[in-house]
Design a protein around this ligand. Structure first.
Ligand code: ADP
Ligand code: MG
Length: 542
């Protein structure tokens, strides 16, 4: 037709499509999970948009419909959701929008061919998974609030077309022209099983066309509203995977109901592995806010950013269903929920930290994020400090401030830390020679954030925390042990000469008790930033 426009896919989409379609036959059914999830998201988004723009209101019985047609060999997934404009179609379906998808596509390319199927099954790849079962996909969509409809179509071979279309109501139809070997996905019973497995907790009703009749496909119960004892481990894990797109089993599952002054249910997870979507980059908590089961937003900041690795749902009775963005910002309810949820997560971490072995994987995955709490949250500073773990010059594995304090020498006043880029290098640094020779333990810190947070934490358990590259610590109270216990050299002639030579480069040249084998080391002045901070500032060009 005249209005048919041809477009090439973004380069990454082309590569992803190719991998998805060719790498996999065992887990094809997840395409339906992905399409239904998108449809349900679209319904939620329209409901939310209608709060500020009533004209966008959903029809009375908004539902996602799945319709197989054996004769035509098509499977159609329809939703009355927010819909997509022509630009949305090109943008959302023609390029990779989600950074997680991008990371996934990379890992898929890196994986050995026989590892790919399970990778795909575990992650899901969004809309493009449709091409696992279909050799042609047509998406007809009308954006809510407009009267134009467009059809996006592709055979998953590097290009897609866009053409003008008609659609009576806002929403989206996804029509899959099934591949010859994908007959099973035209069978209502098979489809029903898949929907039950993947979509039971989706709160938007899903119906399935069977023998000319629309039958309910999902239970639509909100898992977090069920009593704990009715939920199996598998159900929690399934929900977690659906919610997060992760494939692991959660490290922690927190499910509780608060009643009384505040009324909310919360179901939160801490992943066992660092998700692809690097937590360092995503700065805000994405815990979902529901009001009486209805999804409202995942941008309510229900947890502080230094707990952003926690994922899940908070569902409250204390807000009206038609809560607007402005209202969300102004209401004290959210602040109170946030306080309660933060306290719960911290107390869970505290109790789990008692088991060092079980705590270590968590620490390894999310420790750097948690450390930001020291910098950002004065009210939780001491609590977070208790959760920190470190490498040390004196012991193997992870250690805590509390353990360090228990090992301190009787006359030792400060907790010594050394910050750098790499703990193995720090362990051999000239900076710690003098400490090691005196049996003084030094904590070795090498996360990016380690350059910052110690500035905000003056003390732990009353002991000052001191960067050993800063100032000249008086170590004379501690006798060197072993070979290091020799005579100190006489530097009375050398020092003035060195000072003269280096006068433009350094503030002072001093004899130091901190050296044993090395001849010299650099030290920062006691008032200013420590050496690692100076390095970072230099790198940042200051
Ligand atoms: P994700 O859902 O993780 O963002 P997808 O590949 O599943 O990734 O979908 C890409 C984007 O396409 C979605 O973010 C959404 O903007 C849009 N989209 C997909 N399906 C629909 C739909 N049924 N209605 C409206 N928008 C949709
Ligand atoms: Mg999706």
């Amino acid at each position: 037709s005249e209005t048919l426009e041809r477009h090439a896919f973004g380069a990454e989409v082309g590569r992803l499509l190719d991998l998805v379609v060719h790498a996999l036959y065992s887990e094809r059914e997840i395409f339906l999970r992905e399409l239904v999830a998108n449809a349900a998201d679209a319904v939620d988004r329209r409901r939310f948009a209608a709060l500020t723009e009533p004209a966008l209101a959903l029809p009375a019985e908004a539902k996602v419909r799945i319709r197989p047609d054996k004769a035509a060999r098509t499977l159609t997934v329809s939703d009355p959701g927010i819909g997509m404009s022509k630009e949305d179609l090109a943008q959302n379906l023609g390029t990779i929008a989600r950074s997680g998808t991008r990371a996934f596509s990379q890992s898929l390319a890196d994986a050995k061919p026989d590892e790919r199927p399970s990778l795909i099954g575990q992650f899901g790849v969004g809309f493009y998974s449709a091409f696992m079962v279909a050799d042609r996909v047509e998406v007809t969509s009308r954006r809510a609030g407009t009267d134009e409809a467009w059809t996006w179509a592709s055979e998953g071979q590097g290009e897609y077309t866009l053409a003008g279309a008609t659609r009576e109501e806002p929403g989206t139809d996804i029509v899959l022209h099934m591949k010859a070997d994908a007959d099973e996905y035209l069978e209502p019973l098979r489809l029903e099983t898949i929907v039950r497995k993947w979509a039971d907790h989706i709160t938007v009703p899903i119906t399935l066309l069977r023998d000319g009749e629309e039958v309910p496909g999902n239970e639509g119960t909100a898992l977090w509203r069920k009593p704990k004892q009715e939920i199996t481990e598998e159900a929690y894990t399934e929900f977690y995977r659906h919610l997060t797109h992760n494939f692991d089993t959660p490290w922690a599952t927190l499910h509780w109901r608060a009643e009384g002054a505040l009324d909310f249910s919360a179901l939160l997870f801490i992943p066992a592995m660092k998700p692809f979507l690097a937590v360092e980059e995503e700065r805000e908590s994405r815990v979902r806010l529901h009001v009486r089961r209805m999804f409202i937003t995942d941008e309510a900041g229900l947890l502080p950013s230094w707990l952003r690795f926690v994922q899940g749902v908070v569902d409250t009775e204390d807000l009206p269903l038609n809560v607007s963005r402005e209202m969300l910002q102004a209401t004290p309810v959210l602040a109170r929920i946030r306080r309660a949820v933060t306290a719960k997560v911290l107390s869970e971490l505290k109790s789990r930290a008692k088991d060092a072995e079980a705590y270590a994987p968590f620490w390894q995955a999310f420790g750097p994020v948690l450390k930001e709490g020291i910098w950002e949250a004065a009210e939780h500073r001491d609590e977070v400090a208790g959760l920190l773990r470190f490498r040390s010059s004196a012991v193997e594995g992870w250690t805590s401030f509390a353990d360090y304090v228990a090992r301190m020498k009787p006359n030792q006043e400060a907790i010594y830390i050394l910050v750098g880029d790499d703990t193995a290098a720090l362990a051999h640094s000239a900076q710690i020679e003098g400490f090691r020779a005196r049996g003084l333990e030094v904590l070795l810190l090498s996360d990016h954030v380690d350059a910052f947070w110690p500035e905000r934490l003056d003390k732990f358990d009353g002991k000052p925390i001191r960067s050993i590259t800063q100032g000249s610590d008086d170590l004379s109270a501690f006798a060197p042990e072993g070979e290091a216990a020799g005579e100190a050299a006489d530097l009375t002639e050398l020092l003035p000469k060195l000072k003269e030579i280096l006068k433009d480069d350094v503030a002072d040249v001093r004899a130091s008790q901190r050296l044993v084998e090395s001849a010299v080391l650099l030290s920062a002045s006691s008032g200013g930033p420590d050496l690692q901070m100076q390095r970072l500032l230099r790198r940042a060009g200051r």
